[in-house]
Ligand binder design. Structure first.
Ligand code: SF4
Ligand code: SF4
Length: 248
């Protein structure tokens, strides 16, 4: 079913009728879809689709945005390359990644998981939608990539999140208590959570490099990539100096 859908849709280029965006070639559409399909998780997340709409009925994002997990799954299942590309320009970023859809789908699909794959491919291709969505998170990404974490319970207070408004005070105490129930005391405060030792930092940077995370970052935010490279160089030098001192 899925292979015939592609071959019957002959179109060399597509154009967006409501914007001045450049046309997208059929070759690029196919490359993007192949990148999504090539992920090992794809066959696990997509098993077929009854078009029943249960996923959309239970999806919180569908209640507030022009977004439907059923539509995303149908686009992929029918290999609607133009529709997939269009959805990657905006709709896929509405998903909250709560995975209610995956728990409810009678076919065992994970629309949220498929959205995640599409997001990763949009980053790989440096799509403007990915740049726009991720730009406000530069500060978070800097902390996350340089220390391995960025949020600790002592940050959940009005000083750190003034823009959350007065309701922030209502969640402060419960979160602290809940976090204390987790046996990771070093993650309880920014003071300890952000103090990553040199060896761990250097190992973390190797992981970011080997898994392609840094390449992805360079594609979507070159300035942040440069800042993080400087931090990595500095920490690696510190680590080498420390090792030299031990040898002396
Ligand atoms: S719940 Fe599953 S089968 Fe039903 S529309 Fe959603 S993805 Fe398709
Ligand atoms: S994971 Fe995304 S698509 Fe699925 S229910 Fe949650 S918000 Fe909706």
């Amino acid at each position: 079913m899925s292979s015939t859908a592609t071959t019957t849709r002959k179109q060399t280029v597509i154009g967006d009728p409501v914007s001045n965006d450049p046309e997208v070639s059929q070759a690029l559409l196919e490359e993007i879809f192949q990148d999504i399909q090539a992920d090992l998780r794809y066959d696990h997340e997509l098993n077929g689709c009854l078009n029943c709409g249960i996923c959309t009925a239970t999806c919180p994002a569908a209640h507030y945005y022009d977004f439907s997990p059923r539509e995303i799954v149908q686009l992929l299942w029918t290999e609607n390359l133009e529709g997939i590309y269009d959805a990657m320009q905006e709709k896929i970023w509405a998903c909250a990644q709560c995975y209610t859809c995956a728990a409810r789908c009678p076919f065992g699909n994970s629309p949220g998981g498929l959205v995640m794959l599409m997001r990763e491919v949009s980053i790989k291709h440096g799509m403007q939608s990915a740049k726009n969505v991720l730009r406000p998170f530069s500060r978070v990404m800097l902390k996350l990539i340089s220390t391995g974490n960025q949020l600790s319970p002592d940050m959940i207070n009005p000083d750190h999140f003034a823009d959350w408004g007065p309701n922030i005070s209502k969640v402060e105490a419960p979160l602290k208590l809940l976090r204390k129930a987790i046996p990771m005391p070093t993650l309880n405060t920014t003071e300890t959570a952000w103090e990553t030792n040199l060896k761990t930092s250097v190992e973390l940077y190797t992981i970011w490099e080997e898994t392609g995370v840094l390449d992805q970052l360079e594609t979507i935010d070159e300035n942040l990539f440069d800042v993080i490279l400087d931090i990595m160089d500095e920490k690696r030098e510190d680590w080498e100096d420390w090792q030299d001192e031990q040898d002396d």
